[in-house]
Design a protein around this ligand. Sequence first.
Ligand code: DC
Length: 246
Amino acid sequence: MKRQRVIPLAGSVWHYHRTRGPRMDLPSVITIDGPAGAGKSTLGALLAERLGYLYFDTGLMYRALTLAAMRAGIDLHERQAVEALAARTRLEVTEPRVNDGRQYTVLADDTDVTWAIRDPAVERNVSLVSSYPGVRRELTRQQRAIGQRGRVVMVGRDIGSVVMPDAELKIFLQASLDERARRRANERVDAPPVAEVREAIARRDALDEHVMRPAPDAVVLHTDGLSPAEELAWILDYLGRRPGSA
Ligand code: DC
């Protein structure tokens, strides 16, 4: 992976727009991979909004399939049953269809599962479901079809390496375990002890290790101590400095 020194440039978002204007040579597909709590969703959504691109969080699909399997009463250890379900379940991510603070609507066979996929029981089981090769093959196929339409920021664990290996800009977000735990604890309304969240994230890191595939040509951004706005500024500045950009 290319290692980049992180230089938060004060006000560079505005600098970028003032001095360069809208770019004509933006990458059509931008991938953001990284571990849980590294800030992928926040940065991905901000970047997509800024560029007028679709924001597509691929983790939603693994979560929705896990929930569908649980609701169908499938034994999640039955690999073939889960893989068969992946092949016949219609997963869709659309613009918000209900005005309740959501950023998108997730449908599994036309059932709205937007909030249900955040359930802790889904979180406990999603690593197992996403470890099955048939599940990954099927969801990768669907994700690729969406990515190939272009003008998209795709977020996940293996997007730059497996799903969209030809993407023109690949970002790998990194942050220390302590920082990720602090961020997740702050996000939650029930204010859990940071140590407890830290332990849960460390557990997920271990479970997700097999699906984490950093692309060798990804630019690595260490986000400890950076705000989402500073991360966005850094990415926009990096876009402007890429070889080949005007
Ligand atoms: O990003 P997230 O926490 O919502 O992802 C949920 C799970 O889905 C995560 O435990 C790993 C899996 N996942 C995956 O295997 N491949 C992806 N591209 C995205 C997520």
